[in-house]
Design a protein around this ligand. Structure first.
Ligand code: GRF
Length: 216
């Protein structure tokens, strides 16, 4: 899809339903996100999100996880597929693979991820269930720069949602996903506009060190 000729080229990496991909596409159409989503890559040939990309006529790359000796060779295949599109930004949107340090270094400071928790709380999987079991009053989602440490890169922006007494993991996940759809386009636009940058392990906003993530 092409929004503006000068828009930054972005690759969106998915594994599943792609509702965050859709939110990014919608924001591009609405003119609130200045990105050219030049490719959607999936490790999962059955990812529902691929259909969203097809509908928009965004080029697809499927790099299925099987058949690679190790993570390094898989990541190299992903990098080869992406580099054809020269992306200035990689957006991980429910991409359920851990990227190697070499891959992260190759695109250093140019990879965003959305994680369904208020990082640094609850990195990893099953965040909603873990937040409920711990009796948290607040939960949410974080967009952060990707570093070699899993869910450990500097946070850019967060959105909080209250944990309700009657919440189960599914209802909480649903409400978090709703805020993710506002959060990710917002974060991507901060990057696209050059307002948020990554430097030596830290995030900067308008030239100033971001000591704590912005709040949606
Ligand atoms: C989201 O909850 C995201 O935070 C997590 O994976 C989920 C992806 O959902 N990393 P979708 O594929 O964008 O619908």
């Amino acid at each position: 899809m092409n929004t503006r000729r000068t828009a930054l080229s972005a690759a969106v990496l998915i594994s599943g339903g792609g509702s965050n991909l859709q939110a990014l596409i919608d924001a591009c159409h609405a003119g609130t996100l200045d990105l050219d989503i030049s490719v959607v890559l999936s490790n999962n040939p059955a990812a529902g999100g691929l259909e969203r990309a097809r509908r928009e006529k965004i080029p697809l790359e499927i790099v299925a996880g099987s058949g690679y000796a190790d993570r390094t060779s898989y990541d190299l295949a992903v990098a080869r597929a992406l580099d054809r599109y020269q992306p200035g930004l990689l957006i991980l949107a429910g991409f359920m693979r851990i990227l190697s340090a070499d891959f992260v270094r190759r695109y250093e400071g140019r990879i965003l991820n959305i994680h369904p928790s208020l990082l640094p709380a609850y990195p990893g999987l099953h965040t909603h269930q873990r937040a409920i079991e711990a009796g948290e009053k607040w939960h949410g989602a974080t967009v952060h720069f990707v570093t070699a440490e899993l869910d450990g890169g500097p946070a850019i922006i967060q959105a909080r949602v209250p944990v309700l007494l009657e919440d189960g993991a599914e209802s909480l996940a649903h409400r978090v996903l709703e805020v993710e759809h506002r959060l990710y386009p917002e974060a991507a636009q901060l990057y696209a506009a050059g307002r948020v940058v990554y430097r030596r392990g830290e995030a900067y906003l308008d030239g100033n060190l971001l000591r704590a993530p912005l709040q949606l």
